[in-house]
Design a protein around this ligand. Structure first.
Ligand code: ZN
Ligand code: ZN
Length: 136
């Protein structure tokens, strides 16, 4: 399976050559900040199956949090494209950055639902996890 995507302005591009390991919706506060208020739709792709095809991402990591994730974004348009979580082997790709976001079928879980807002709607078919699946 080959998938491609990139940021809003197109300077940052990536290619995915392997099947995702996991697909889910994240309702954490950080994702709300970044998405504009909703959950973030993402998939975890094996590290070996992800590569940047054009441009160099800028990165951000909070210094005030232990185990902070590293967020990679376009330095031109600011689009947040992928995240790396310490201890997790894989690249967390934001579904909205795919050229074909409609390929995101059958997410497997809703995570960090303890931080969701009253106006969020969680699809009934999804198992819910208070935080990460492995810690619930
Ligand atoms: Zn851009
Ligand atoms: Zn999140």
């Amino acid at each position: 399976m080959q998938q491609e995507g990139g940021c809003y302005c197109g300077k940052l591009r990536y290619k995915i050559s392997e099947r995702p390991i996991f697909k889910a919706l994240c309702y954490c506060r950080a994702c709300q900040h970044i998405s504009g208020g909703g959950p973030q739709y993402f998939m975890l792709v094996p590290t070996s199956g992800f590569r940047w095809a054009n441009g160099e991402p800028n990165t951000f990591k909070r210094q005030d949090k232990e185990d902070a994730v590293t967020r990679s974004f376009c330095s031109h348009c600011g689009t947040h494209v992928v995240t790396h979580r310490p201890g997790l082997d894989g690249v967390i790709v934001k579904i909205g950055t795919l050229d074909n976001p409609e390929s995101f079928d059958e997410p497997k879980a809703a995570i960090f639902v303890e931080e969701k807002q009253p106006f969020h709607v969680i699809p009934e078919t999804l198992p819910q996890f208070k935080t990460l699946p492995e810690s619930s």
